[in-house]
Design a protein around this ligand. Structure first.
Ligand code: ATP
Ligand code: LTN
Length: 332
């Protein structure tokens, strides 16, 4: 373990995870365990920046952990944990709040989008969310953060905060880099392909969930918005719906955009949408089946997150102690 580079990422338990989350993040996480020292969280503290129903939040977290494991994240080879189980996140999060500027936070796209969508609950946590995310990452001295394209800005801010802190106190934090997949980094809503597919967006039927049943997945693809042409051709600007479907098909089958265009050169949109739906169904089928088996095994899930929190705490507390010392806190 010692010399392996460190990977860290997290997903909010703010609802059921989408195909976008799978292709943009989770799918890649599962390939990294041998080469890297991997930490994957369920970020419950981030999730409460939007109002959650307590019983639902509890259930979503267990389902999310089961899905992590079902996607191939072996809890023996990866550190899987729940953010609030490691108090160092809240502790370093506060410290980093004091090294993050109001102007920087005001420029965050996710804050602007979420506050526009939720005008009645623009709370301070939503605003300072990126400082907590920076703490998540910097506590583990992560080298790479595998995320979808929408998180790039937060990782860049994390680096800026780390550079600022290191500039004052010396080399405390490793500077992390985003690790964004070439294909699948931004999956769009099937009904509104100008918007990111998102678990907390308005439910317009354009969102496919990882644990959706095959018939629901097929229905969502059958209804997917396309355009008034007839050719299956990648053109993000003029054909956002079809281009999104090409991305999804490519991410699920491994075929290149060119191979896909020629496969469907003599076929219509109806055939194409059916093939994309089938590819997604087959990609998600084993995950759904395994996740359901694991959801029923509460004892296994509990032992996985407890073991994860213990391991994560050891690493996180080392960094936290160093930070406290550097800034002049007295050891208790
Ligand atoms: P929320 O709507 O609550 O913000 P979300 O659906 O956007 O949730 P997150 O929990 O914010 O999902 O994201 C989890 C991970 O999945 C992040 O790394 C994010 O970049 C990635 N991700 C989320 N949606 C997509 C998408 N549509 N395409 C590619 N990657 C995505
Ligand atoms: N902000 C991210 C979730 C998140 C995260 C992290 C991702 C919280 N902490 C640390 C990577 C690393 C999101 O909204 N998807």
């Amino acid at each position: 373990m010692e010399n392996k580079k460190v990977i860290l990422s997290g997903i909010q338990p703010s609802g059921a995870m989408t195909l976008g989350t799978y292709l943009g993040a989770l799918k890649n996480w599962a390939t990294m365990a041998d080469e890297f020292d991997c930490y994957y969280m369920i970020v419950d503290m981030h999730a409460i920046t939007a109002r959650q129903i307590p019983a639902e939040l509890r259930k979503t977290q267990l389902t999310q952990l089961a899905t992590y494991i079902a996607c191939g994240l072996d809890p023996e080879k990866n550190t899987l944990f729940i953010q609030s189980h490691v108090p160092a996140h809240a502790q370093l999060g506060w410290v980093l709040n004091c090294y993050t500027m109001f102007g920087e936070l005001s420029r965050m796209t996710q804050f602007k989008e979420k506050s526009a969508r939720n005008a009645e609950n623009i709370n301070a946590g939503l605003f300072t969310y990126p400082a907590l995310q920076a703490a998540d990452i910097l506590l583990y001295q992560a080298d790479y953060v595998p995320v979808g394209d929408d998180q790039k800005q937060h990782i860049e801010l994390t680096r800026d905060i780390a550079v600022r802190f290191n500039g004052i106190y010396g080399d405390v934090f490793k500077l992390p880099e985003p690790y964004i997949p070439k294909i699948g980094a931004r999956i769009m809503d099937l009904q509104a392909p100008e918007n990111k597919m998102s678990k907390s967006a308005i439910d317009d039927g354009g969102c496919v969930l990882i644990l959706d049943k095959p018939e629901d997945i097929m229905r969502a693809f059958k209804r997917a918005v396309t355009d008034s042409e007839t050719s299956v051709r990648y053109d993000l600007k003029n054909k956002p719906g079809i281009s999104n479907l090409i991305q999804i098909y490519s991410a699920c089958t491994g075929n290149t955009f060119q191979e896909i265009e020629s496969e469907f050169s003599t076929k219509g949109y109806g055939d194409f949408k059916k093939s994309v739906g089938e590819a997604v169904v087959e990609t998600l089928r084993p995950i759904r089946e395994e996740a359901h088996r694991l959801i029923a095994d509460k004892a296994h899930l509990e032992s996985a997150y407890k073991q994860g929190a213990e391991k994560a705490s050891r690493t996180a507390n080392k960094t936290l102690r160093k930070v406290y010392k550097k800034i002049g806190f007295i050891e208790p």
